[in-house]
Design a protein around this ligand. Sequence first.
Ligand code: PAF
Length: 282
Amino acid sequence: MKIVHTITDLRDQLAPFQRPAFVATMGNLHDGHIALVNQAKPLGDVMVASIFVNRLQFAPHEDFDTYPRTWEADCERLQAAGCDVLFAPRETDLYPEPQTYKVHPPAELADILEGHFRPGFFTGVSTVVMKLFSCVFAGKPSGAAMFGKKDYQQVMIIRRMVQQFALPIDIVPGETLRAADGLALSSRNGYLHALERAEAVQLSRALKALGEAARAQGLDKLEALEAQAMQVLSARGWTPDYLTVRRRADLLPPGTTGAAEPLVVLGAARLGTTRLIDNLEI
Ligand code: PAF
């Protein structure tokens, strides 16, 4: 595996190839990231992963400084997974000057759910992903990039961005990997101490229960069911931001009559100082 830090070196490495397959990460790689790499590999003629903790998507009070950085272990895992090129830009490589040109995704998609509780988050994500895409795919006839469905709203926003800018990149969603008890794998799970780790699975259980109740009792009861689901978590010591049933197509609340339309239950809640997110398609 070649490790490159600058955009020029990355493009030199990729020059012989026609169709990169790409997985963007912020490092601290777990099995979910490696599964994405394994699934992405056959989608291109060279496998590229990036590690970059993107300051633009963290609010000042969030965990940019403490976000886990595990460089040696990450390199070993990517090498073992058969990654060809690791792009690990320093901040000065990706943002040599303040990034004043930004991608602002539309409010109806980016200011709800995660974007409501983390204002500006999706501008930070979209901007860095657009820039990483430009580093990896510029001049290529086509490419593929995989993103995990655990960040459901992120996948949707990136997919729309690629459509709107007519980028020749296939955005492929990867299923969420879970621990044996059902907790979605996430780098932030590492923040949980033992008691919190045992409790953490309750988020996915609450989403499952909410999804089942919504399907069984009808979408006209949704507001009450969502409030109840939040109360259940609150009573266990969580601070929920949202637990909600939305349409998969646009993440808006479902109509009360369209019971058969594809839905997704999404949730975000804080356990101690750790904020976890998860979702379940129903
Ligand atoms: O999902 C992530 O890890 C990040 O949001 C991403 C896509 C690597 C952009 O920094």
